[in-house]
Design a protein around this ligand. Sequence first.
Ligand code: NAG
Ligand code: NAG
Ligand code: NAG
Ligand code: NAG
Ligand code: NAG
Ligand code: NAG
Length: 420
Amino acid sequence: MKIATGATALLTAASWNVAGLLVHTAPTATIDGGIVVGTTTRVPGATAVVNKFLGIPFAEAPLGTGRFSVPRPTSWTGSIDTKAFKPACMQAFRPIDDRDFIQDVFSIPRPEESEDCLYLNVFAPKKTWKKSLRKSRYPVLYWIYGGGFSFGNAGQPIYDGSHLAALEDVIVVSVNYRTNVFGFPIAPDITNLTERNLGLLDQRAGLTWVQRNIKVFGGDSKRVTIFGQSAGAYSVDVLLTAPWPNGPPFHAGIMESGTYSYNPLPNCNDTDFSSWTVLLNRLGCDNATSTFDCMKKTPASDIRYAQEKYNIGFGMAGDNVTIVCDPRLRREAGMFAHVPVIGGSAVQDGSYYAAKNGTDIDRYFNTIFPGEAALKEKILDAYKLDPSEGRFDNMSILTQIHTDWNFHCVGALSKVGDNE
Ligand SMILES: *[C@@H]1O[C@H](CO)[C@@H](O)[C@H](O)[C@H]1NC(C)=O
Ligand SMILES: *[C@@H]1O[C@H](CO)[C@@H](O)[C@H](O)[C@H]1NC(C)=O
Ligand SMILES: *[C@@H]1O[C@H](CO)[C@@H](O)[C@H](O)[C@H]1NC(C)=O
Ligand SMILES: *[C@@H]1O[C@H](CO)[C@@H](O)[C@H](O)[C@H]1NC(C)=O
Ligand SMILES: *[C@@H]1O[C@H](CO)[C@@H](O)[C@H](O)[C@H]1NC(C)=O
Ligand SMILES: *[C@@H]1O[C@H](CO)[C@@H](O)[C@H](O)[C@H]1NC(C)=O
């Protein structure tokens, strides 16, 4: 198990062309599923070359009868190209009236979508160290995207890990996971609650993949930091508060704009199938002999569209394995992964509100805090126009208010936990 990179090419005469210039050799890696062939990239201002392996399959494609099934290990013979991002998982942008807006903000450029989406990406600085220093390995950052468990895609340009890898001496791994009903089929036919949480199982399968394979890329499997934004941060918190009988497969966590512990909305009612029932009905599967088979045979694009058109949301099933039902109580009892955690919010994360609904401050309070005149006065007093604080117009004021109450305050609360 080793990586052959441009450095090895130095040894092969065939790698030199007639002009004596080094011919670019693609990096390859032998992982447990088979051989992957990546590409290299450079980042302005960085000396390190980054090896990119994009679209590595970490599970079998959940196609055909595999829809709604747990991620299973995959392997291939020969080598596969991992030079470009793979499709996003099926996304749902709800409600349909906001569909274009949400995509314009959170999904640029619009990716290809497929159920064949269980891939991850590795961005690894190419080792330039002397052999004697090779004992040290790179720490790993494992990225979990946001999107309200309804959409998201590790292949978005803003999630490209090349810069972090080139400038910060870390390996970045970003993982696709299933969302909406494809990731969270809360259906009576699935009696094992954990198997209703496919999106969480995908995230975990990626983490297990890292444990098994990251060494090949020069990574240290004992120093994996999980990080994510919004639903990704929520996922990090879900992983932090889940039980890990054999110890967690990570050593630190970073939550950007989102926590689970203080905004707990798991579906801990095992028999609430209302979303599934509505979806069955809208897709005309409700009278089928097997409604579940009917859902498995319905074209993915129809399922995607029905969720958008009828605004049907799917959450996760509280199973106390992949997501616990009582995170606050567990935290108070010290039952969570005892690892260092950073919690906070992404700058201006609340700006989407004003971008969508306009910059009229009165309208904001009338819709978000209706009938709360005293509260409005207090808030506006604390967020007065003040260019030195970045508040120079309605937009910046609303952005700060919305970021703080939606993301920052919740993030700050999550610091409390270690019996504080
Ligand atoms: C429930 O499903 C999970 C994930 O597939 C599996 O690990 C677990 O063993 C299952 N539990 C039972 C009781 O079958
Ligand atoms: C669970 O959901 C079902 C269906 O909506 C409802 O009838 C039942 O009362 C709920 N149970 C609890 C404990 O809330
Ligand atoms: C399902 O059966 C009900 C009752 O027989 C009927 O009203 C409804 O139209 C049927 N739905 C479909 C999609 O065939
Ligand atoms: C999960 O744990 C909570 C709190 O202990 C309990 O009320 C709930 O019944 C458990 N659910 C399952 C599916 O184990
Ligand atoms: C726009 O305002 C409405 C309330 O009037 C709110 O439900 C909606 O979430 C807002 N849109 C965004 C993108 O914040
Ligand atoms: C700013 O908010 C105030 C109070 O609602 C409103 O009167 C004014 O028109 C807004 N200005 C802009 C540019 O949105």
